[in-house]
Design a protein around this ligand. Structure first.
Ligand SMILES: Cc1cc2nc3c(=O)[nH]c(=O)nc-3n(C[C@H](O)[C@H](O)[C@H](O)COP(=O)(O)OP(=O)(O)OC[C@H]3O[C@@H](n4cnc5c(N)ncnc54)[C@H](O)[C@@H]3O)c2cc1C
Length: 386
């Protein structure tokens, strides 16, 4: 594998850097107008959906350029590329792979423009890890499906206009992965109710969603009837493959190293403690492994191959790193680590206290570590099914 970039790719990197120097709003700004203006300029340059075909509003760039763009954005902690997170991350890629021409034209330009949000209706009260056991039912009546059932943990359902929904359209199936279909559903449809759920950090970014005779036009089905599992597997691979998370983790580790210089252990800076130093090295090595594994997906994509189960390796690395880095930071803080966020003595403005309450979101969302391990064991290593 050649890790070097071509002169054209390096020139593109310089262009991105120059653009960011000129246009990037101040780091961590809460000025939403400045962020919106930045995203408008990014869109103007066709950098949102940069590697997607021009016919559907993408930038027609190469996957490599897309990666360079994401790397540079992540390095500078720029606001997300585009305002429609799930739409860009997995709904549009699924549309590109499985959508009809009409569906692509109808949805992708709005996703690129960030006109509204999408949410993801997969999990149910009895079907999370074992997603294929889902029971939410859609029965076809002429040109419509009638949907009844419930979804749970649906992130940003309250603010979304559309949902990518998995339903059971056939019950007499041999394998539970069969008989599932993927529907695109308008959240304002009559019979659809959203009830927010509060998490332990006090946020209410996810919800339960109830379907009571919700009518969905057949033209809103994504992919073949009863073949929705294929669409989901592809969407989940995209959800688990993000390379820019490597930069987020690198930044976290750098921050912890700075923290270790100001906190003390046995009368000297924690950064000089051999125990902590070996943990920095371990985390560093794991992040590097994640980066190289990301290169593996990239190589597959450059060869035009679909993303597969190897994406679970990075999802697992990320989950374990989020936990390890959080524990490491709080241990370094020592007694200060138990202070409440907002206390004047709390280090790093309470960053690691907030992290302690929020890491389960990252670890569980998109499939728990146990499930990633099962996928790696069975589909990457070829071990027997559990
Ligand atoms: C912040 C957040 C956002 C989310 N957003 C969405 C969303 O937008 N849309 C959506 O559809 N879902 C969403 N989810 C749901 C998420 O995908 C599920 O919570 C997750 O897949 C786990 O399912 P579960 O909660 O039903 O737990 P369960 O499946 O009941 O698992 C409970 C425990 O059992 C373990 N376990 C289960 N089966 C096995 C097995 N075979 N082998 C070993 N261990 C096993 C799990 O690892 C876990 O520790 C979100 C979750 C979170 C936390």
């Amino acid at each position: 594998m050649d890790f070097n970039f071509t002169p054209e790719e390096e020139a593109f990197r310089d262009e991105v850097r120059a653009f960011l120097d000129e246009n990037l709003p101040e780091n961590g700004t809460r000025d939403m107008e400045a962020v919106a203006e930045f995203q408008r300029r990014i869109r103007e340059k066709r950098w949102v959906g940069f590697s997607w075909p021009k016919e559907i509003g993408g930038g027609g760039g190469s996957i490599m350029e897309q990666v360079i763009l994401k790397e540079e954005m992540a390095r500078r902690k720029a606001p997300a590329l585009g305002a429609c997170f799930m739409g860009l991350a997995w709904v549009a890629p699924a549309l590109i792979e499985y959508g009809t021409e009409e569906q692509k034209q109808r949805f992708i330009p709005d996703i690129l423009d960030g006109k509204y949000q999408w949410c993801t209706g997969y999990s149910e009260p009895g079907s999370g890890s074992d997603l294929a056991s889902l029971q939410c039912r859609a029965v076809r009546e002429g040109d419509e499906y009638i949907v009844n059932g419930q979804k749970i943990w649906t992130s940003i359902a309250m603010w979304s206009k559309w949902m990518i929904l998995l339903v059971r359209t056939q019950t007499d199936v041999e394998a539970k992965h069969d008989g599932i279909s993927c529907l695109l559903v308008e959240m304002e449809s009559p019979g659809l109710t959203v009830r927010p759920i509060k998490n332990m950090a006090g946020g209410d970014m996810f919800a339960e969603v109830f379907f009571d005779d919700v009518r969905v036009p057949v033209e809103n089905r994504l992919g073949e009837e009863n073949q929705g599992w294929k669409v989901t597997v592809s969407a989940l691979a995209h959800e688990r493959s993000s390379i820019s998370e490597v930069y987020g983790l690198t930044r976290s580790l750098e921050r912890i190293k700075v923290l270790a210089k100001s906190c003390h252990r046995n009368g000297r800076p924690a950064s000089e403690d051999p125990g902590f130093r070996s943990r920095f090295a371990r985390a560093d090595a794991r992040i590097e492994a994640m980066r190289l594994n990301g290169m593996r997906f990239l190589t597959k994509q450059l060869r035009g191959e679909p993303l597969g189960s190897e994406t679970s390796i990075n999802k697992l690395h990320r989950a374990q790193l989020e936990i390890e880095l959080g524990e490491l930071a709080l241990e370094i803080e020592g007694g200060l680590g138990v202070l409440v966020q907002g206390d004047s003595a709390v280090p790093d403005d309470g960053l690691w206290q907030r992290h302690a309450l929020s890491w389960p979101e990252v670890v569980i969302g998109g499939g728990t570590p146990n499930i990633q391990k099962n996928i790696i064991a069975e589909r990457v290593l070829g071990l027997p099914k559990d």
